[in-house]
Unconditional design. Sequence first.
Length: 107
Amino acid sequence: MVNAILLFLAQNTRPTGQGPNPLAMWLPIILIILIMYFLIFRPQAKRQKEHQKMLASIQKGDRIITVGGIYGTVVGIKEKENILIVKIAENVKIELARGSVARKLSE
């Protein structure tokens, strides 16, 4: 029985003179790249585009939360410097870079 299996394996592993099919050799790598694109890169790019759109739509009076976890209301915008003036408490205003806003809170 063992001899029959070894003989079968030896017959099927002999070179036939042709190289391996290039498509069959590259197919697993191509599939992995496609899976990574659809599961990782594409959704990340979509989230990043939505975040940029949200940052561009921030206006005076919007409630926001920063990356650092500070809640506040936008009371002014310096367009040239991309700076937001945010009121976080009574008589307390801070200047933040527009990119430091994590999200805009719905009212």
